[in-house]
Design a protein around this ligand. Structure first.
Ligand SMILES: Cc1cc2nc3c(=O)[nH]c(=O)nc-3n(C[C@H](O)[C@H](O)[C@H](O)COP(=O)(O)OP(=O)(O)OC[C@H]3O[C@@H](n4cnc5c(N)ncnc54)[C@H](O)[C@@H]3O)c2cc1C
Length: 463
């Protein structure tokens, strides 16, 4: 990086918004990817925090002229190394774009700037829009709306309301050329030309920079409830999930946890886990209804179906505190187990093959004389199983085990990553899931958007 480029960036956004010192840049170099998995960041970077869309456009034009890589940064909560610069780069932070521009209650849509965090969006809707809410909820509320859209984030509530691709109805973006473009809008239907907007969702900042997103909102239900069911084995737990949905009950969320994980996490955060039976697996069902009666009826029906399918116990969280405790245990698992694992995988398979995948994971873990505890968004077939450390360090066979599990998921028609993305950490496995021909098509798409390969180079693909 050179002084001339630094001065040009200062010329675009002003001296207060461009950093070069190691100290100032340090906070922008890493995301939330596990330390033993993430790539080493290149420290020879400049950070710029543009304040207008025209400044973002100007940075892209300058980057094209000087062939300087640009790495966009949202909330930095990504879990696949996508926002980590590995070559000298301009890090473009979207943190100043934090306005909520419009809530259209008739169209049930909100338009906000890309740098609005999930926490801020929820806070705003809770305070100002009582009839509607935004269900999409990945585990870290520090994620930005722009980062969630570009990563096609999922989270616990995907079973009922889908993933970000289902919420995104409009995107205002800057293309790598610097052109500012609007795709879609407050539309439920839009069928003109190629659907570039939905191609951008999940493109991980490699094809365009999101400035604004228009998102679908859903009616806010007055009553939510939480029910925990326990099982002696995985099969009966999975059978329950399918049986509940076939009865026409679509829960807000269904989370799968090994009992061991729930107990350990509860202990670490000084909470009481409500299940004290011989169960090995627990399912958390979250349900929402318009009335309390309907809520209890739905929760009761789910408990009945689960017991028929083999649940050995079911507990409805009676009050707000019990509910909060159960959900807090679920949301704290990642943080509590982080010091014990090398990697948290993110595979998904069709519902019918979850049992097969989990059995394979157990057999693979046995092969490496280890265990692989897991938690998952089971109704989406999406599991996060851990590759555990050995004596606090990554075992030599960690990548072999990872590859074995990926191949198992693909064998059942699954995917290497369900919601966290390819980024830089899963790129080496692209050829497991795609043919060389398909990868060539993807490279062609990248070249069409970004002929100089300057926007997030090395994410998803190497050209
Ligand atoms: C504890 C924890 C739990 C999580 N749980 C979930 C979960 O349940 N489901 C899930 O899907 N994810 C989950 N994640 C991952 C993460 O929260 C998501 O990937 C999130 O969408 C990332 O958003 P971000 O704003 O933090 O993006 P960043 O990490 O800042 O960036 C991620 C990628 O998006 C690009 N990017 C960011 N903003 C823009 C923009 N405006 N325009 C273009 N490109 C941009 C970056 O260049 C990078 O490639 C979890 C992460 C943590 C730490």
């Amino acid at each position: 990086m050179n002084q001339e480029l630094f001065d040009q960036l200062v010329g675009i956004s002003g001296v207060d918004q461009v950093f070069s010192s190691a100290e100032d840049v340090a906070g922008y170099l890493y995301d939330s990817t596990e330390e033993y998995v993430r790539p080493a960041a290149c420290t020879d970077c400049y950070v710029i925090r543009p304040g207008t869309y025209e400044e973002v456009s100007a940075v892209m034009k300058l980057a094209n002229e000087t062939k300087t890589p640009v790495v966009v940064r949202g909330g930095g909560t990504g879990a696949c190394g996508a926002a980590i610069p590995t070559v000298p780069s301009i890090i473009m932070s979207m943190e100043r774009f934090r306005d909520i521009l419009e809530v259209d209650e008739t169209s049930m849509m909100v338009t906000c700037q890309a740098g609005v965090s999930l926490a801020k969006l929820n806070e705003y809707l809770d305070e100002h829009v009582h009839s509607l809410y935004f269900p999409c909820h990945p585990g870290d509320e520090g994620a930005h709306v722009g980062g969630m859209a570009i990563e096609n984030a999922g989270g616990v509530r995907a079973v009922k309301h889908g993933i970000m691709r289902n919420y995104v109805k409009g995107l205002k973006v800057v293309l790598p050329s610097g052109e500012i473009v609007q795709f879609g809008g407050k539309l439920v239907k839009n069928n003109m030309g190629y659907d570039i907007m939905h191609l951008l969702v999940g493109s991980e900042g490699t094809l365009a920079i999101i400035l604004e997103a228009t998102l679908k909102l859903y009616p806010r239900m007055d009553h939510t409830g939480t029910l925990v069911c326990s099982y002696l084995d995985t099969e009966s737990a999975i059978a329950s999930v399918a049986a509940v949905q076939r009865k026409g009950i679509i829960p807000l969320a269904v989370e799968y946890m090994d009992r061991m994980i729930a107990l350990k996490t509860a202990e670490e955060i000084s909470k009481t886990w409500p299940m004290h039976d011989e169960g090995k697996v627990d399912l958390i069902f979250m349900v929402e209804e318009a009335t309390e009666d309907a809520l209890y009826e739905t929760a009761g029906t789910i408990a009945e179906i689960c017991e028929e399918a083999g649940a050995v116990n079911s507990v409805i969280a009676e009050n707000a505190k019990d509910q909060r405790d159960v959900l807090e245990v679920r949301s704290m698992i990642y943080e509590i187990f982080l010091p014990y694992f090398v990697d948290s995988l993110d595979t998904a398979v069709p519902m019918a093959h979850i049992g097969d995948l989990l059995r394979d994971i157990d057999a693979i873990a046995e092969k490496y004389h280890t265990t692989s505890p897991r938690v998952g968004h089971v109704a989406d077939g999406n599991f996060h199983n851990f590759i555990m450390r050995e004596d606090g360090k990554p075992p030599v066979w960690a990548d072999d085990m990872r590859r074995d599990i990926y191949e198992a998921a693909l064998k059942y028609g699954g995917t290497v990553t369900a919601e966290h993305g390819t980024g830089k950490t899963r790129k080496p496995y692209m050829n497991l899931q795609f043919t060389p021909g398909v990868i060539e098509v993807m490279k062609g798409i990248k070249r069409a958007f970004d002929p100089n390969n300057i926007l997030n180079p090395g994410v998803i693909l190497d050209l």
